[in-house]
Design a protein around this ligand. Structure first.
Ligand SMILES: C[S@@+](CC[C@H](N)C(=O)[O-])C[C@H]1O[C@@H](n2cnc3c(N)ncnc32)[C@H](O)[C@@H]1O
Length: 399
């Protein structure tokens, strides 16, 4: 199948040979000509300067990454293309999560589909599209998804800021049956209510699933402080693991209300206590005490230009999180979902604070994103969630 041709220049071709799948206008030949002939999101066939076929993808010359590769084969980008990709993704999930009914089916480049996210919540698929190229293929996506998985509803939750970078409209829209605002799903025997339309991201942070599980293993008899709690997943898993109680620190009243409803559904509402507010302000003078503090902030570094400012924010937050254990023992689970802060950088930041404050501690676990968010080595941005579990022995002790 041939689409309008786009040629990579020498710089672009070198990147292609290194396995990269995203290209800027600086990697393309005759950009001005392409601007005249192509519309945002058009499918294109990709060639080297001397005319060798390299693959197919979509183009948006007004986005920072103007060209993204969908395949290195000359196959048509049609319903069958998507069905094959969805089948391959589903087979992989069936291996890693054979019994799960709630999981991420498509993680963009992690599943070789740039710009597309699909989370399955039992019979409902929540879809997010990040690029004009993928938006243009929406109808194919719907048809292929319905052939791949038994669904009652599909929701396009396309109301996030990143879409503005590709001149995409904001909307939330369902197909087939209206699933309503909330869907009840069960994860590890814990009942959850997932907000399908008003929730953050796709409704639930499934990338944290294995980390919720890990934390639940160490919470027996502990009091937990779940900072940046959203729906309180760390709290619910902790309570299932035998925690005494959990405090939710969160600024969204909507998320707190839902977390309390979830607690009620599971019969532990008397053990979940909301502390609404800004986590950083609260940690400067903590109104509650606990043995395990979970810190799971939103991404402080969204692009390269935020790196310095973002690192300062992480340093301050981690400092106050560590200071929470002033003169007492306890556990910390610290997370970052910023791709631009690597695990090594995060670890150094934390060790630097521990040493400066002369705190005796042990690092005993590293966290990462769940395996249904697979990392594509050719697109380093697909690796983003990391965390560290720290045992604090006591402040100003011997290091
Ligand atoms: C990454 S999500 C947390 C996900 C959650 N821990 C989980 O496992 O599902 C970040 C949460 O922090 C909240 N948030 C962001 N900034 C905040 C702040 N300064 N103070 C309190 N909550 C904040 C957001 O409303 C959001 O619910």
């Amino acid at each position: 199948m041939k689409y309008p041709p786009v040629k990579l220049n020498t710089k672009g071709f070198n990147k292609y040979q290194r396995g990269e799948l995203w290209f800027t206008t600086e990697d393309l030949e005759m950009v001005e000509k392409l601007r005249e002939s192509l519309r945002e999101g058009d499918l294109v066939s990709i060639y080297s300067k001397d005319g060798h076929f390299l693959g197919q993808g979509y183009i948006n010359l007004s986005a920072y990454y103007a060209l993204k590769v969908l395949t290195t084969e000359a196959t048509p980008i049609n319903e069958v293309f998507f069905q094959r990709a969805f089948d391959r993704a589903l087979n992989f999930r069936r291996k890693i999560y054979p019994h799960e009914k709630t999981f991420r089916l498509i993680f963009a480049e992690g599943d070789f589909l740039p710009g597309l996210i699909v989370d399955i919540f039992e019979r409902v698929a929540v879809i997010q599209i990040h690029t004009r190229g993928m938006e243009n293929l929406r109808e194919l996506i719907i048809r292929a998804l319905l052939k791949t998985y038994p669904l009652e509803s599909l929701i396009f939750k396309n109301d996030f800021d990143k879409r503005k970078e590709e001149n995409l409209p904001m909307y939330v829209e369902f197909h087939l049956k209206d699933p309503g605002e909330l869907i009840q799903v069960t994860l590890d025997e814990i009942k959850f209510l997932v907000p399908l339309k008003k929730g953050q991201k796709t409704g639930l942070f499934l990338d944290q699933r294995e980390n919720w599980r890990y934390v639940s293993k160490i919470t027996s008899d502990l009091t937990v402080v779940d900072a940046f709690s959203y729906l309180g997943s760390f709290s619910h898993y902790s309570l299932k693991g035998g925690a005494k109680r959990s405090f939710l620190m969160e600024r969204s009243a909507y998320a707190i209300d839902l977390a309390l409803e979830i607690a009620k559904l599971n019969g532990w509402d008397d053990k979940v206590i909301p502390v609404e507010g800004d986590v950083l302000k609260l940690l400067k003078s903590p109104p509650v005490d606990g043995d395990l503090l979970v810190i799971d902030p939103p991404a402080f570094i969204k692009s390269r230009r935020d790196i310095e400012k973002g690192i300062r924010r992480y340093r301050e937050l981690f400092y106050y999180a560590i200071s929470f254990f002033r003169n007492k023992r306890g556990y910390l689970s610290l997370f970052s979902c910023s791709h631009f802060l690597s695990l090594a950088d995060m670890k150094n930041l934390i060790i630097e604070i521990l040493k400066k404050e002369k705190i005796s501690s042990r690092l005993f676990h590293t966290f990462c994103q769940a395996p249904d968010h697979p990392i594509n080595p050719s697109v380093k941005e697909t690796e983003y969630l990391k965390g560290l579990a720290v045992e604090i022995n006591s402040l100003r002790d011997f290091c």
